[in-house]
Design a protein around this ligand. Sequence first.
Ligand SMILES: [Zn+2]
Ligand SMILES: [Zn+2]
Length: 261
Amino acid sequence: MTDAIFAEPGPLAFIADVAILLALIYPANLIAYFGMGFALLRINDTHPDRRIQKRRDGLRRAIPEMKESCVSILVTSTLLALALTLQGHGLTLWTPWSGILGVLAGTALMVVGYDTYYYFAHRALHTKALYRFHQWHHRSVAPTAWSSDSQSVGETVLIQSFQVIAAVLLPIPAWALILHRVYDHVNGQLGHVGYEYFADRTTRFPSPLVCTTYHDLHHEKFRWNFGNYFSFWDRVMGTLEPDYDARVAAMDPKNDARPAE
Ligand SMILES: [Zn+2]
Ligand SMILES: [Zn+2]
């Protein structure tokens, strides 16, 4: 795929390729953000009982969050365009894996690698030295679908640079970079939606998967749950919110042991 798209060598062709890819990726990501955001609001309206923080109205911050998200999505899209162009021009350490198996293995490596990178970068953002880059995201105490990309440019560069680092240092195919970006976007908006639809036995111990309550608790209580896709690093490092598993068990509709309402 990449040979056909990135035919011309040289710095001008490199910049032109980044610009062309950005012109495709940025509008697609904006459509995903607003399309999924409005769809989730409609679903939430029909399930008021599933609201996680019942006394806080996170939607009061919708407009500033949307504005900030348009900027941070531009940064994220630029970094993906840069990662794809570096790969297309052969400026990476390895030849990317090929075939469907290569794409699947590359996507899995991106998911596991990004979750690890995210956990430790997020811990660093909570230190005194770096918190000024992260404080905008924490203005949303009760997150909504508009909060997922609402973060400063500095934070977005730190977190989303993983796309470029992975493309250069690992044999990740282009389609795996794209699939991971889609997965990261969907996971981000579902993780900030403020309503719980996924609490069941697959999102509590011993499973490493998480439901919306996991990151919602990070916004509400601030000191816990620094991971992204999995609770693995929080469990290993002792930063999992102490009541998380019990709360998920209590919300699980198939859990016979949960207290009567
Ligand atoms: Zn945080
Ligand atoms: Zn968040």
